[in-house]
Design a binder for this molecule. Structure first.
Ligand code: ADP
Ligand code: MG
Length: 238
């Protein structure tokens, strides 16, 4: 399980303050989608949760434990980036197994996890291929697979579909929805795509210039937007 509490979180890059006094609770098993315009702090927030970026003020707690000083490698979470960053010289199977080998996990357990991820993502026929022999969607599936094999309690996604063409984006969105249905792991998902937000989220957080404008279910945000900014972002109700 994984639940998060962000309390009075602030972030500055030098003298540039990009986030101030941000409070947010994320419940176990939630698919939380973060939306907002470019530069509003979505990636920064995700990277602070992942431990890839120091927080300037406040606390982030995962399962009741403040993780401010915990290095990224010790946080039981896994992040999927916009760019796939697969190892070009390794097969799909090796790409999936590589992170686990570094953890000194035994061979049988690595194989079990890799096979399971391949089954979930339906990439079993691709296991012997190299990344250059894969389509964009297949590469992104392998990238997601590398997170799944770690069996994290928490997934962080930073615009994982934004490099894909429209058709693939739709397909991958459906696959992510069914992945969530199967795993029911807590997910925090950044996107600037309203359709992704509306269809994937159990709750949506609308960010603007480092501040939360509104948090609610897709339906709440659509039917009762707190202000014009949210309405404009989510799609104005009649
Ligand atoms: P988003 O992901 O919503 O597009 P970011 O979290 O990447 O936004 O950026 C939020 C703000 O922080 C922006 O103003 C951006 O320019 C700034 N920023 C992000 N990373 C850095 C950095 N490493 N150094 C300085 N400023 C940064
Ligand atoms: Mg970003």
């Amino acid at each position: 399980m994984a639940e998060l509490k962000l309390r009075k979180v602030g972030k500055s890059y030098g003298t540039l303050s990009v986030m101030h006094d941000l409070n947010l609770e994320i419940h176990d098993g939630e698919f939380l989608v973060l939306v907002g315009p470019s530069g509003c702090g979505k990636s920064t927030l995700l990277r602070m949760i992942a431990g890839l970026e120091e927080i300037t003020d406040g606390t982030i707690a995962i399962n009741g434990k403040v993780v401010n000083d915990l290095p990224a490698s010790k946080r039981e979470l896994s992040m999927v980036f916009q760019s796939y960053a697969l190892y070009p010289h390794m097969s799909v199977r090796k790409n999936l197994a590589f992170g686990l080998q570094n953890l000194k996990m035994d061979r049988a357990e690595i194989d079990r996890r890799v096979d399971e991820a391949a089954r979930i993502l339906q990439i079993e026929p691709l296991m012997a291929r190299k990344p250059r022999q894969l389509s964009g969607g297949q590469k992104q599936r392998v990238a997601i697979g590398r997170s799944i094999v770690r069996e994290p309690q928490l997934f962080l996604f930073d615009e994982p579909l934004s490099n894909l063409d429209a058709e693939l984006r739709v397909q991958m969105r459906v696959e992510l929805a069914s992945l969530y249905e199967r795993l029911k792991t807590t997910m925090i998902y950044v996107t600037h795509d309203q359709v992704e937000a509306m269809t994937l989220a159990t709750r949506i957080v609308v960010l603007r210039a480092g501040k939360i404008e509104q948090v609610g279910t897709p339906e709440e945000l659509y039917t009762r937007p707190a202000n014009l900014f949210v309405a404009g972002f989510i799609g104005s109700p009649k």
